[in-house]
Write a protein that binds this ligand. Structure first.
Ligand SMILES: *Cc1c(COP(=O)(O)O)cnc(C)c1O
Length: 364
């Protein structure tokens, strides 16, 4: 029978998110969630909203949230676009700035969701290959600038943990399009770009930043994120979004979370301390650890297969992320490794406890 789908949908495999076991008892270090609970102010804001006005539609513009976010970043509220998770903003950006048949670019290895979003829209994808030190070839970047409508760059990057400088990012601004800095992990980085960069003439008003509550604010269960960009870009994107793209409970939760910076920063500091501990311990078990500016470590093992380490950890109910990137290795082959989210101290303790047997060479 002939397919009833658009050919672009038939051709694509679809994005596969990390495993989300629904029962308790797992040490979950696979999807970069925050191991600590959100601010108590978030919980009371949710309760208050639930007891209040759930029968009416939410504020389509999330006015109160935008005011708080704008003050935090030193911009006006019309520079902010809230969305149902950062991923929704990425979808809005794709639909706003790129037509079927046009192209986007992104560094590789990186967040492959960009590729799935492009495929849905029948958009061509150019990968900017990262070298073993996670830099790129400048002449290749210059070539891509001429042809892409959108360049997506997570900064810090996932899964590598790399943070690129403003000068490096400038090499990726499309001649005729926008540069998207996906700042999902910016709160964990010492060198992340602030919103003042949006007014920097070198970026010509064609820079966007996306933020999420899923990582640093401990709210992956509430879908909420926002984009910061010049009002000319935001006003166009507003035409593309669903009218009520953010629900009232999520808006209330995100606003309260943003208002409690202290809570987020205290958890961030704990995570950074644990990251240092894990980065120090892993080499003792034969791992190579890449410097990270995020709440996870990208690590490879000198002698044991990454998939088997992942599987043996899983048998012990410790979940890390096994990732592979065809064509990303220096020799053109597949690059693979483990991305380990920084959990609580006891969780990392448990990981280190079961790690020795997971890296033992297998007999036979
Ligand atoms: C986690 C993550 C996101 C998704 O954020 P949500 O707000 O949960 O949709 C976006 N980009 C990158 C690079 C991420 O790691």
């Amino acid at each position: 029978m002939a397919s009833v789908f658009r050919p672009a949908i038939d051709r694509m495999a679809g994005y596969v998110p990390g495993e989300q076991p629904q029962e308790t008892g797992w040490v979950k270090l696979n999807t970069n969630e925050n191991p600590y609970p959100p601010s108590p102010r978030v919980v009371s804001a949710i309760r208050q909203m639930a007891e209040g006005r759930l029968n009416v539609y939410p504020d389509p513009d999330a006015t109160g949230f935008r005011r708080v976010a704008a003050a935090l970043h030193g911009v006006e509220p019309d520079w902010i676009l809230p969305a149902n998770g950062s991923d929704e903003n990425l979808t809005i950006i794709m639909r706003s700035f790129c037509d079927a048949g046009q192209q986007i670019g992104y560094p590789y290895p990186s967040y492959v969701l960009y590729e799935s979003l492009a495929q849905i829209q029948d958009v061509g994808v150019h990968r900017l290959l990262l070298r073993p030190d996670w830099t790129w070839d400048q002449s290749r970047a210059a070539e891509l600038r001429r042809s892409v409508r959108i360049f997506f760059v997570p900064n810090p990057n996932s899964p590598t943990g790399t943070s690129w400088s403003t000068d490096q990012l400038l090499e990726l601004l499309p001649d005729d399009g926008v540069l998207v800095l996906d700042q999902a992990y910016a709160d964990f980085s010492e060198q992340s770009q602030g919103a003042e960069l949006l007014r920097d003439a070198r970026f010509a008003g064609r820079l966007l930043m996306t933020r999420t509550f899923s990582k640093s604010y401990s709210l992956a269960g509430i879908r909420f994120g926002y984009c910061i960009a010049h009002p000319d870009l935001i006003s166009g994107m507003r035409k593309v979004k669903d009218s009520y793209n953010c629900d009232a409970v999520a808006i209330a939760a995100a606003t309260a979370a943003l208002e409690d910076q202290q809570w987020m920063l205290a958890n961030r500091d704990r995570i950074l301390a644990t990251r240092l501990r894990l980065a120090t311990a892993l080499p003792r078990h034969g791992f190579v650890v890449h410097p990270s500016q995020a709440n996870f470590l990208w690590t490879t093992h000198a002698s044991v297969s990454h998939r088997s380490i992942y599987e043996r950890l899983k048998q012990q109910r410790v979940l890390v992320r096994y990732m592979k990137f065809p064509g990303a290795a220096a020799d053109g082959g597949e690059l693979d490794g483990l991305r380990i989210t920084i959990g609580t101290e006891p969780e990392i303790e448990r990981l280190l406890e079961v790690l020795p047997q997971a890296v033992e060479p297998r007999s036979g």
